[in-house]
Write a protein that binds this ligand. Structure first.
Ligand code: ADP
Ligand code: MG
Length: 698
């Protein structure tokens, strides 16, 4: 019996209409999908409580008794229905704000009901608001009810009578039928080695736990399996890739690298930079194609590492390119790289969306005939018209800004794929990196160049603006520059832009003696660039901008970052913005401005920002606060697999165990051909047909 082919339409209580809803709303198509739609919480209904036992900490309470009387309170749309309910000894008030007519028709006094709900304190006693009410005769005895599962549904499902309860009723008989045994998806030796519950028991207990202990074991098993197969899949494809693609061999460190290192480099590399360059050097000399992720906090000097890697390519007769997510950043890379390479006879090009046709054609030509050594650019790089003579290394800066597809296009720019170095300043927690970039080797720059003073961060409410203006004056008068950033989110772009423009006017009025630049995403590239260049050159002192300046921009003289409506930014974004200052020798400051009224989560974000400058700590905190699906920088690429039960913020240890187990198995049996591993290759191929096509390229 293959449950993945069993249409849910024919299950009791489903039918075509509900099947359609389940498919559209929750992507549930087969019996198997249903079985893997796990409850998100459980509620203890294993006994009846007495009303005198109620306390505020109880999430839910189940009481048996009768309604004594109904009472309508209030008028019009403020009207509510109250029912006095007794367990035979004490009474409690049941309350409805909606559906009064329906309740009055359905429930009667003097009949024994089981009432279930969340006790909420009100005027010194407890209420149950919108409780669930059932006839005792319709419920299984409490000892059989046990821990009741609660399932995620959507508003649309609820209005179509597909609430959690309805799903429970659909799954209940299903779990009964699988009790006769469904095919195990992990080999027996693994169940034994990791002391895991078998699949049948796990599915049965995850939906209808016999007790808390079995529920726990069931969840452990299902989490392990989920993480294990993701890792197995990633590692198997990585192995396949490594075997299929031979890497170009850069076996010499030559003229350009050495001259740059000995003559052009004016400062000492940090130890972390040296270590990473060594790691890259080993990769590109190994004969395997490099696929490396370089993580390093803002300002840690990743560009330099990228440049020196590109010089390795050039020394070995190859071309190299670097792709940045914005025009501002590409232009800046071009400026700093050409400056760093001064006196070295290398041909470096800049290609962006606004490169003029003639210049563009010349670049194309020089790339094809090999006259151009290094190319710096934006998305414009991946267009088909851009063809290299011999591309050996591709660097992708701020890679989380690009999708898998864009990255894979660069891969194909040479017959043999070039080495790939992707860089990110959005530190990714280890567990997330292992899943998102599980097929990449990882290098970390965990050290900032010496002499930087840690940025001081403050959280102010809007009413501190006067004091803030004085602070800005002081900074600018001592020669510094200031950023003021406004949020810009898609949904209300117009209002945001208004805010930005009003902010700009306000700043110009408040600081009539200073020159103010403004940059936002809706401006023409040339205008943006013009304003940016003025700020970089120090001709303007204050830069009012949206997050277009978030990524990579480097103005060492800027020492103050003011973030307006900071509560509207995610943690990683705040950290990125803060990273725009603290790049010079001066003490730098980051000011987070918010309304006085703040949600708990926003308040936490502000606290974390004030407390630490450590990007990794911030990304861990972000993961815990928001969950992996919502993390900044990962929405675009998204998790390649949909995690149904494992949680990357909590199950890090298990993830490591699962990854190690997968690696060991593949070392021993790369094709999963051994009899005892057969079940895994079957499971993997099922996963591949069931999920989106997971490309070999990350
Ligand atoms: P990021 O990692 O954020 O991309 P950058 O590569 O832009 O950082 O480097 C930030 C600044 O630090 C640049 O001005 C760069 O020249 C400088 N820098 C890089 N490495 C060193 C070093 N080892 N010592 C001193 N300054 C450095
Ligand atoms: Mg950078």
């Amino acid at each position: 019996m293959d449950l993945s082919h069993q249409d849910i339409k024919f299950l009791p209580g489903v039918g075509p209409k509900k099947a359609d809803l389940l498919a559209k709303e929750l992507n549930i198509h087969s019996t198997e999908d249903l079985l893997h739609h796990y409850p998100y919480k459980y509620v203890d209904r294993s006994r009846f409580y007495y009303l005198h036992e109620i306390s505020e900490e109880m999430p839910f309470i189940q009481v048996k008794g009768q309604i004594i009387r109904f009472e309508k309170v209030g008028e019009g749309h403020k009207q509510r229905l109250s029912a006095i309910f007794t367990d035979g000894q004490e009474t409690i008030e049941l309350v409805w704000f909606k559906g009064v007519k329906w309740v009055l028709e359905k429930y009667k006094t003097g009949i024994t009901y089981v009432v279930f709900g969340k006790p909420s304190p009100f005027n010194g006693h407890f209420n149950l608001v919108h409780p669930e009410i059932e006839l005792e005769s319709q419920l299984p005895p409490p000892e059989q009810m046990g821990l009741q599962p609660y399932y995620n549904t959507t508003e649309k499902m609820k209005t179509n009578f597909l609430n959690s309860k309805a799903i429970q009723k659909i799954i209940y008989p299903l779990v009964k039928t699988i009790k006769s045994g469904i095919p195990e998806t992990l080999p027996a030796y693994m169940l034994k080695k990791f002391a895991l519950l078998n699949l049948t028991e796990s599915l049965s207990n995850v939906h209808f736990p016999k007790n808390a202990d079995l529920l726990n074991k069931a969840r452990q098993r299902l989490k392990f399996e989920e993480l294990f197969y993701i890792q197995l899949s990633i590692l198997q494809q990585t192995k396949w890739r490594d075997q299929h693609f031979k890497g170009f061999i850069f076996n010499k460190i030559g003229y350009f690298f050495n001259t740059f290192f000995n003559q052009n480099l004016t400062f000492e590399l940090t130890n972390a930079q040296k270590r990473v360059i060594r790691e890259i050097r080993i990769d590109v000399g190994s004969g395997r194609q490099m696929n490396r992720l370089l993580q390093g906090d803002v300002g840690s000097g990743k560009t330099l590492v990228a440049l020196m890697s590109m010089l390795m390519a050039v020394d070995n007769g190859f071309q190299a390119c670097i792709m940045a997510p914005t025009e501002i950043l590409a232009t800046q890379h071009y400026a700093s790289i050409t400056q760093l390479l001064v006196n070295l006879e290398l041909k470096v090009g800049l290609l962006t969306g606004s490169t003029k046709r003639k210049a563009r054609e010349e670049i194309h030509e020089q790339l094809r005939n090999g006259k151009m050594d290094l190319l710096i650019g934006t998305h414009a790089l991946i267009e088909d018209t851009v063809q290299f003579k011999n591309l050996g290394l591709v660097v992708i800066d701020e890679q989380h800004r690009f999708g898998v597809e864009q990255r894979s296009k660069l891969w194909k720019k040479n017959q043999n794929p070039p080495h790939i170095l992707v860089m990110t300043a959005t530190p990714i927690p280890r567990t997330l990196a292992m899943t998102l970039y599980g097929d990449l080797s990882i290098s970390v720059i965990d050290e900032l160049p010496p002499g930087r003073k840690p940025i001081q961060t403050f959280h102010y409410y809007q009413n501190k603006r006067q004091g803030l203006n004085q602070f800005i004056t002081k900074q600018v008068d001592s020669g510094r520059q200031v950023y003021i950033v406004y949020p810009l989110i898609q949904e209300s772009e117009k209002i945001d832009l208004q805010n930005l423009e009003t902010g700009f006017e306000y700043i110009r009025d408040a600081f009539p003696h200073y020159k103010v630049s403004m940059v936002h995403g809706k401006m023409k590239a040339a205008d943006k660039d013009f304003q940016m260049q003025k700020f970089i050159a120090g001709e303007t002192q204050i830069m009012v901008a949206t997050t277009v300046i978030e990524v990579g921009v480097n103005v060492p003289n800027a020492s103050v970052m003011i973030i307006e409506s900071a509560q509207r930014f995610g943690l990683s974004q705040l950290h990125q913005l803060r990273g725009r200052v603290g790049r010079g020798a001066e003490q730098s400051y980051c000011i987070l401005l918010t309304d006085f009224k703040l949600g708990t989560e926003s308040r936490k974000r502000m606290e974390i920002m004030v407390r630490t400058n450590d990007g990794f700590e911030i990304s861990e905190a972000d993961l815990k606060l928001r969950g992996p699906g919502d993390m900044d920088g990962t929405q675009q690429s998204g998790l390649p697999f949909d995690l149904k039960i494992a949680n990357l913020a909590q199950d890090g240890k298990m993830l490591e165990i699962a990854r190690r187990a997968a690696a060991e198995i593949l070392d021993d049996d790369p094709q999963l051909e051994k009899l005892e591993n057969k079940v895994m290759s079957v499971q993997l191929s099922r996963m591949k047909t069931n999920t989106l096509n997971w490309s070999v390229i990350s």
